[in-house]
Design a binder for this molecule. Sequence first.
Ligand SMILES: O=C(O)CCC(=O)C(=O)O
Length: 320
Amino acid sequence: MKQERRNPTALAVGGVNFEPSAPIEVPQIVSEEQVQFFIDNGYLVVPNLLSLDEVEELRQDTVTLAKGGYPCDSLQPLPEDIDDDEAVGRILCIHQPHFVSPVIEQYVKHPKICGILSQITAAHLPYWDGSVKCMQSMLFVKPPNFQGQAWHQDEFYIPTRDRSLIGAWTAMDDASIENGCLWVLPGSHRRGYLYPQRYHENPDEFDFAWESYGFDDIDEVPVEVTTGTLVFFNGYLLHRSRKNRGDTYRRVLVNHYCNSWSLLPWSIQDGERPASADRRCVIPVSGVDPYAWKGYDAPNKNVSLRTCKAVDELEPLDAN
Ligand SMILES: O=C(O)CCC(=O)C(=O)O
């Protein structure tokens, strides 16, 4: 049951209004059993949440991004004779596409996705009121032969204060074992243990990011899903994906969110204490933002590209 959203300690001090922002209302989508499944297992699959028209819009936007259709330093306009497949087929993953694409930003705020997030993101915490904010988007294209990601936990990269980091993974194609679907280790999030990482020696299977180690992965399960399905997973859940051995893309939009009441010590700036660090380049998507009084940092209107062995072996498109 939803709790009272008001911050009981909010007041105006020294001219600053500590009232939370006005609430963003979102629909309730999943059942109590599905919420409990997420709490227990650390992930939840919601089949066919997006329509095929919506997925098509995301696919078209991937082409627009790849061809440099938005003002952005790292994705410059390509020559006109480059076709869509050639442009998109060189990309493993675009980081922060919502910084430049209004279409991706719209999917960051998608009411059905945010409705589910308002039910599960911090459902492990008593008194949580369903408030959620987004701090990251990632658009994977993963063409044939491109590598996957070795075992990892997302909170290793984006720490929250309350273990509420969550990925909302949107299948833009059917994802299968053959084309490199997600694999998860159910329940591996429960104790909040952050495993160490090391260099891995399997560059043909996984990209350059290091692998988490120190656990038994015998119980891993593949999450094979159809186009339009959403997979939600907690930031402590161990997960990985393998190389794409199919002959089609495995496109996915993964957005990351957390409880809006958690500070976000994603990086520590000069003179800042870890305990008060709070990155504010965030988008509230449900409920209130209790820290709205701090304001928001504008995105830098650029994206970065994640690479892998298969990408590095390609000639750049502007080399001819
Ligand atoms: O979909 C993939 O290949 C990996 C996604 C992933 O590891 C993540 O979003 O953290």
